[in-house]
Every structure is written in structure tokens, then in C-alpha cells.
Design a protein around this ligand. Structure first.
Ligand SMILES: Cc1cc2nc3c(=O)[nH]c(=O)nc-3n(C[C@H](O)[C@H](O)[C@H](O)COP(=O)(O)OP(=O)(O)OC[C@H]3O[C@@H](n4cnc5c(N)ncnc54)[C@H](O)[C@@H]3O)c2cc1C
Length: 478
């Protein structure tokens, strides 16, 4: 690839977290000709999944945690991102409403909520992982920010710092006589769709061009002509570029089939419970002032999380025990691709019954007061998993001027404000000199694939073999 100059023509495919953060940082770094293509109009719909946008980034909310156990590089980047999330909150609060993107003028004008995250055991003891995590935090000097729900000194410290009311929101101690949990007071959540809309607004303000359209923005091929990449869109237009960055989320493996074996598209299962505003007790108890983010039974076979209700009363619950694959024919290969509510040819709004039952179990045990409300909607949300859960940002071998920027693996959102800074260094050919360039480089998994990729189409996670939950299953039978 020719060396990038400020005038280089750079096309980014995808306006999700990976694409928009890259575009923003390219523009901030002085690149003058950056265009983002997306087959979905993420601008008009402001990435709102309830307004028909389907992507991992287009979600109501996402968990933000800064502690990464022994993965110190991710922890450092997340800590830098934390500063920027605070800065974005301040900037939005200080911006006159009529200068904000439309959806940020409505309701809460705040992206990042430091609501805390309670890592709750589903058993009577802590798993080994939780013990190891706390030991790591002790070593790194951040144990102070963590409160063990059954430790006298921690409870006293939580009271002093105003976190005590989040130690046992499910009243497990009173109801079951035991409650093993750790509250991480540095964590919380962001409004995901508003965050992406804000990042897109910043990118546009910095000079990035956007083509967000089901025809003009949809990339159907990336060819090579005269050693340069040429993007072909669904309306037949050919756009020659110096660099094409494919940040297509779950669609990346179908756009760049070479990533097969390194990346795989899988679905997470999500359900919502609508809390009515007129039920004032529930409304306040499930709001972010009282309710933390909760993870339950991670590594104990349950693996469910919940995020405080949003400003419209939606309480979101996710089930992580298994992710689903959807293999289809793509250019002669069998590749797992998204199957979503709106944008894909075959539509899907249901989740597998195993996932729904896992979510109902979480609610029944921990929040029985929500049982009468029932589930109000479900959604498959498509991840792009890498073999080692680390991102993939590099040039594609054998494809001049084509880079891939993907592999969010379920934890990429928190890096939205900062990710592009590291991506730009890699695109400039400095990846070999940076820690993230090394971590995210193109890699093979010789012999053994990992992280579920080894299962392929014969594995137990294939969506078409699952019994799907219908609307009638949304009620709880007590
Ligand atoms: C269920 C779930 C829960 C998660 N929870 C968290 C969390 O709590 N915290 C966290 O930090 N991270 C979380 N993540 C991870 C995070 O959401 C992802 O890492 C991140 O959003 C991925 O962004 P992306 O840009 O790679 O992909 P996407 O957001 O999927 O964006 C891809 C974009 O590319 C566009 N596109 C695709 N193909 C084409 C084409 N041919 N032409 C034009 N445009 C195209 C799509 O329309 C889309 O807009 C979660 C992910 C999932 C799935």
C-alpha cells in the first residue's frame, strides 16, 4: 500500500463503533478525504434499534467496565476511554440543545452513567475467577473501588462513599440467607445509540463524508484495479480509493472472506422488560440511581446481565452462556452471517428458547417483582468474535489497500472514544511499534481454531437447530 498522505482517499465500510471511531480519529489526525459508507441510515435513525437499525453498536445501552483482570493492555485503553467518556458527557451538557444531534436533544442528555456493576454469584460462594480478579485488583492498587457485599470493612467503605444501596438490589441476603457479590464502583453503562450518534456528529464536524443509504452506501464488492482497491456499491457505482477499511461488524466475514478462521459472526440473545412509568416504585428502583448493572453467574453456567432501565422504561437483560451461528452460502463458502429484525433478507426477532429460559430464571430468582410484567421484546444482537477475543485491525494479506477493522468480540463498545486513535497508527504502518498494533495484527490459528470457531456448522450453536421462543413464551408461569 502507498504511504498515506493527508490527501489520500480513504473509504470506511461501516458506521458502527469500529468504523465511526476510525473515521473520527483519521479526520482528527489530518486526513482530509475520509468517507464512511453504510447500508443503513444510521444518521436519520440515530442508531436506534427501535427505529430499525440492526448492528452490534445500534443498541439501547452497553456495559462499560474498566477492570480487565489480567489483560492489562485493554485495562489501560479502557481507562483512557473513561476520561473521554467523562469529557463527552461534559461537552454534551455544555452544548446548546439546537447544536446537538436531534436524538441527543430528547430525554437524558448524558451518554455515560457511572451506575456501578455488581458481579453477583449465583451460588453460595465466589468462583475462582472472582477471587483471582480481586487479587489482581489488590496488586494494581484498584481494590479500593471494589466492594465485597459480605465484607464488613467493604460495606463500611461503601456506606461512606454512597454505594451501599447498590450492594444487594435483589435482596438476596434477606431472601436466601446468602449473597456473594462484588460491586465495581468504576463501571456502569452508556446509552449506545446516542453515543454512536454523538461520535458520528463529531466525525462529520471534523470533515468526514457520510453515505448512509441502502443502495449508495451498500458495498457489494471490493475489487482491485491497478493495485488499488475499488469499492462497488449496490447502485453499481465504483469508488477507487487509496485505502478501504472494512468495519462491517458481523458482515465483515462475508465482505472479506479471508477472515474466516480468524473471525466468526455469532448472535447474542437479549430480552427487554417494559417498566411502566406509572408504577413509580418499580420505576425508581430500576433506574440507574438505585440499580447497578448486574452480571449473574458468570463462569457458573448462568451468565446473565442486566442494565438499569432507560429513560423510556426498558430494562434490558442479556444471556451470554451460548452464542449462535448462522451459516449461509457466501460466494461458494459457508460463512456465519447476521440474521436480524430489519436489514437482512431473512428476518429474525426471536431468540432461542434456552436463552429466554435463562433470562426468565434470572428474573424469577432475582427480581420476582418483574414477573407479572412479562418480557416485552427479544432481539438477536450480532457479535464478531475473534479466535482470542482480541480485535483484528490490519491490512488483509494479498489485498492491496484493504484493511479490516473488526473482531469486537463482545467488548468493543467501551472503546468508542479512543479506538480510532490506535487504528490510525496501524493504518499508517506503525502497528509494529505499538502494543495494540501487535495485539490486533492479522493472525492465523494454525491447526486448532478456538473460541467456538472450531465448531463450525456441525456445532451445537447453529441457530437453525434451536427451538425458538415465540411471543407466547414471554409470559412467566409461576
Ligand atoms: C449482544 C452484544 C452485547 C455487547 N455488549 C457490550 C458491552 O456491554 N460493552 C462493550 O464494550 N461492548 C459490548 N459489545 C460489543 C460491541 O457492541 C461491539 O464490539 C461493537 O459494537 C462492534 O462494532 P462494529 O463497528 O464492529 O460493528 P457493528 O456495530 O455491527 O457495525 C457494522 C456496520 O457495518 C455496516 N455494514 C455491514 N455490511 C455493510 C456493507 N456491505 N455495506 C455497507 N455497510 C455495511 C452495518 O450496517 C453496520 O452499521 C456487545 C456486542 C453484542 C453483540
Amino acid at each position: 500500500m502507498a504511504t498515506l498522505t493527508p490527501k489520500s482517499k480513504i473509504v470506511i465500510v461501516g458506521s458502527g463503533v469500529f468504523g465511526i471511531s476510525t473515521a473520527l480519529w483519521l479526520a482528527k489526525s489530518g486526513y482530509e478525504d475520509v468517507t464512511v459508507l453504510d447500508m443503513q441510515d444510521t444518521a436519520s435513525a440515530a442508531y436506534d434499534p427501535l427505529s430499525g437499525i440492526d448492528s452490534a453498536s445500534a443498541d439501547l445501552n452497553k456495559i462499560i467496565r474498566f477492570s480487565y483482570g489480567s489483560e492489562i493492555e485493554y485495562q489501560r485503553l479502557a481507562t483512557e476511554a473513561a476520561g473521554l467518556w467523562e469529557e463527552w458527557n461534559r461537552e454534551i451538557a455544555a452544548t446548546p440543545a439546537d447544536e446537538l444531534p436531534e436524538r441527543l436533544r430528547e430525554g437524558d442528555r448524558k451518554l455515560w452513567w457511572n451506575a456501578g456493576m455488581l458481579r453477583m454469584s449465583s451460588e453460595d460462594d465466589f468462583g475462582d475467577f472472582e477471587v483471582a480478579t480481586l487479587e489482581n485488583m489488590e496488586r494494581e492498587g484498584i481494590r479500593e473501588s471494589q466492594f465485597k457485599a459480605d465484607d464488613e470493612a467493604d460495606i463500611a467503605r461503601a456506606k461512606e462513599r454512597g454505594w451501599a444501596h447498590k450492594l444487594d438490589p435483589c435482596r438476596r441476603q434477606e431472601r436466601f440467607g446468602s449473597h456473594k457479590a462484588v460491586l465495581d464502583s468504576t463501571a456502569g453503562f452508556v446509552y449506545a445509540y446516542k453515543s454512536c450518534a454523538w461520535a458520528q456528529h463529531l466525525a462529520k464536524r471534523a470533515g468526514v463524508k457520510m453515505i448512509l443509504d441502502p443502495l449508495r452506501g451498500k458495498v457489494v464488492d471490493i475489487a482491485t484495479k491497478d493495485d488499488r482497491p475499488v469499492v462497488v456499491t449496490a447502485d453499481g457505482l465504483e469508488i477507487a480509493a487509496d485505502l478501504v477499511v472494512v468495519a462491517g461488524g458481523g458482515w465483515t466475514p462475508s465482505l472479506v472472506p479471508e477472515v474466516q478462521g480468524l473471525l466468526e459472526t455469532t448472535a447474542g440473545s437479549v430480552a427487554n422488560i417494559q417498566i411502566p412509568k406509572d408504577q413509580s416504585d418499580l420505576w425508581s428502583r430500576f433506574g440507574p440511581e438505585i440499580q447497578p448493572v448486574i452480571t449473574w453467574g458468570s463462569r457458573q453456567g448462568k451468565d446473565v446481565y442486566s442494565i438499569p432501565r432507560d429513560e423510556n422504561g426498558i430494562f434490558k437483560i442479556g444471556w451470554r452462556s451460548r452464542k449462535w451461528t448462522n451459516f449461509q452460502d457466501v460466494g461458494g463458502r459457508r460463512i456465519s452471517v447476521p440474521k436480524t429484525a430489519h436489514v437482512t433478507e431473512e428476518k429474525e426477532t426471536r431468540i432461542p428458547i434456552d436463552a429466554l429460559n435463562g433470562i426468565k430464571e434470572f428474573i424469577t430468582i432475582n427480581f420476582p417483582e418483574l414477573v407479572p410484567l412479562g418480557i416485552s421484546s427479544t432481539r438477536l444482537c450480532w457479535y464478531t468474535d475473534s479466535i482470542d477475543n482480541s480485535f483484528v485491525v490490519d491490512l488483509v494479506p494479498g489485498r492491496p489497500g484493504v484493511a479490516v477493522c473488526s473482531g469486537g468480540s463482545g467488548h468493543g463498545f467501551k472503546f468508542l472514544p479512543i479506538l480510532g486513535r490506535e487504528v490510525v497508527k496501524i493504518l499508517e504502518g506503525k502497528g509494529g511499534q505499538t502494543v495494540y498494533g501487535q495485539m490486533w495484527k492479522w493472525r492465523n490459528s494454525p491447526g486448532a481454531k478456538r473460541n467456538g470457531l472450531e465448531e463450525g456448522e456441525q456445532g451445537p450453536r447453529v441457530l437453525s437447530r434451536q427451538k425458538m421462543a415465540e411471543e407466547g413464551d414471554w409470559r412467566f408461569t409461576v
